[in-house]
Design a protein around this ligand. Structure first.
Ligand code: NAD
Length: 474
């Protein structure tokens, strides 16, 4: 299928292109130029999309698993065939640099192919001549998927692939800030999936709310902020929807004094600033042992000076802008608060006015533990460095947050690091590496970072109900 990635952004409802009476604008965050008019779905159109997914469900769920797996693997092929166009559009709408776009699009392909190998096993509890007890997994029905603006395509695939393999159909709503790649994916898949299996609708936050309230939607799979996650939990209660919530984080990284400082500095820099720190699992609070604090903070600042922030479409750019004006203003406000409190910036600071939502890489030198720049999820390139001496104390500080998404510990003494990791309240703790995700490894937040799991068989199972069948042959 020949798709023009530069124009014709339409929704996909029941396998057909659908526009809307109203439109909203999509911007390039590096230039602030309007790059597309995006359909703003009405409530009636959302209802049509849900009805279409519901209509498609019986046939899709009745297909042999191998057929559904093949279709999901094919989604990966289609993304790969259009990888270059996706990468260019992703940079234009999201702002990320080429390397980041390659990571996201390449990851989307891998996820489709790997999730397509997964299968939920039948659990035989008892099997005798006279009686059997088996628990099998059955699909839920229509899944409503809602995605954020930091990794618009990859995080959509994290939902599409398992939902469809498990036998569900879907209505997918991308963030209004980054709808374009997702709309193009819907367009490309009109030829790949039966009508109604994947509907893609675009609109604002209201559209998301309508989807979460809809009585014919059986599950909401959501990635976004904790504040929105709470609203979704509330509105999903109407028909007791299943929910998976992947929410915010304020991930600590704990660096012990025995690390190779120069080498670790570079890894930690990217742990914090990849995707301009618009990353749920970015290292957002860096706890450094006092013995190496000065050396490591200097190495981080030196490395920061070598990193180029700019338009993601320009060669040589390492980090792009903040994706949208709302978030840019939030990060600016956080930095202004930090500056007003007299914090010392090792590099960066409050951004100056100019074209594009650019924020300089900012490293804050040991601000107070209760300052906003430490307590709040910045979701922008602002990293507080925090000094510690005592392990019990640093674990206590690392856990002193409503979030519990991920964390990392850095030390040559892996036994000690492991003992620290086990005391951290987070869904993932990496030791001496970070951000190594896999379709086969469970990922999910503790505390207010979320509910449920994505990836792995546990994640796949969240797109199903358990059904136990007891047969008595006696
Ligand atoms: P957001 O919560 O503002 O929006 C996410 C999505 O929810 C958008 O599509 C939005 O239109 C929709 N939405 C907004 N209000 C809604 C409502 N009342 N009902 C239903 N849908 C609604 O989040 P964001 O700003 O796009 O994303 C950034 C946040 O996402 C950060 O907190 C980040 O940590 C988090 N995040 C988490 C993960 C994870 O896996 N845990 C991954 C990426 C991002």
């Amino acid at each position: 299928m020949n798709v023009d990635f530069d124009a014709g952004y339409e929704m996909t409802i029941h396998g057909r292109a659908v526009t809307a009476d109203a439109h909203f604008e999509a911007f390039n965050p590096a230039t602030e130029e309007v790059i597309a008019q995006v359909p703003d779905a009405s409530r009636a159109q959302l209802n049509e999309a849900v009805a279409s997914a519901r209509k498609a469900f019986p046939a899709w769920s009745a297909q042999p698993l191998a057929e559904r797996q093949r279709a999901v693997a094919r989604i990966g092929d289609v993304i790969e065939e259009n990888a270059e166009a996706f990468m260019r559009l992703l940079t234009r709408e999201q702002g990320k640099a080429r390397k980041g776009a390659e990571w996201e699009i390449g990851g989307s392909v891998i996820w489709c192919r790997e999730i397509a190998t997964q299968e939920l096993p039948l659990h035989v509890v008892e099997a005798t001549e006279t009686r059997s007890v088996e628990t099998r997994r059955v699909p839920l029905g229509v899944v409503g998927a809602i995605t954020p603006w930091n990794f618009p395509l990859l995080l959509a695939i994290w939902k599409i692939a398992p939902a469809l393999v498990a036998g569900n159909t879907m209505v997918l709503k991308p963030s209004p800030y980054t709808p374009l790649c997702t709309l193009k994916l819907g367009e490309l898949l009109r030829d790949v999936l039966p009508a109604g299996v994947l509907n893609v609708v675009s609109g604002g936050n209201d559209l998301g709310a309508w989807l979460t309230q809809h009585p014919d939607v059986s599950k909401i799979s959501f990635t976004g902020s904790t504040a929105t996650g709470r609203k979704i939990m509330e509105s999903a209660s109407g028909n007791l929807k299943r929910i998976t919530l992947e929410l915010g984080g304020n991930d600590p990284a704990i660096v012990l004094p025995d690390v190779d400082v120069q080498q670790t500095a570079q890894t930690l820099f990217w742990a914090a600033f990849q995707n301009s720190a618009q990353f749920c699992v970015a290292a957002k609070r860096l706890y450094i042992h006092e013995d190496i604090y000065d050396e490591l903070s200097a190495a981080l600042a030196d490395y920061a000076a070598t990193v180029k922030v700019g338009d993601g479409s320009q060669q040589g750019t390492d980090l792009g802008p903040i994706q949208n004006k709302m978030q840019y203003e939030k990060v600016k406000d956080l930095l202004a608060d930090s500056a007003a409190a007299g914090h010392h910036f090792l590099t960066g600071g409050v951004p100056e006015a100019g074209q594009g939502y650019f924020v300089p890489v900012t490293i804050v030198d040991n601000p107070p533990e209760d300052s906003r720049v430490v307590v709040e999820e910045a979701f922008g390139p602002v990293l507080p460095l925090l000094k510690f001496r005592d392990i019990d104390d640093v674990i206590d500080r690392a856990n002193r947050t409503e979030y519990g998404l991920a964390a990392s510990v850095w030390s040559r003494d892996t036994a000690l690091a492991r003992s620290i990791a086990e005391r951290i309240e987070a869904g993932t703790v990496w030791i001496n590496e970070i951000h190594s995700f896999s379709p086969h490894v469970a990922f999910g937040g503790h505390k207010q970072s979320g509910l449920g799991i994505e990836n792995s068989l546990e994640g796949l199972a969240e797109y199903s109900n358990a059904q136990t069948i007891v047969t008595n042959n006696a």
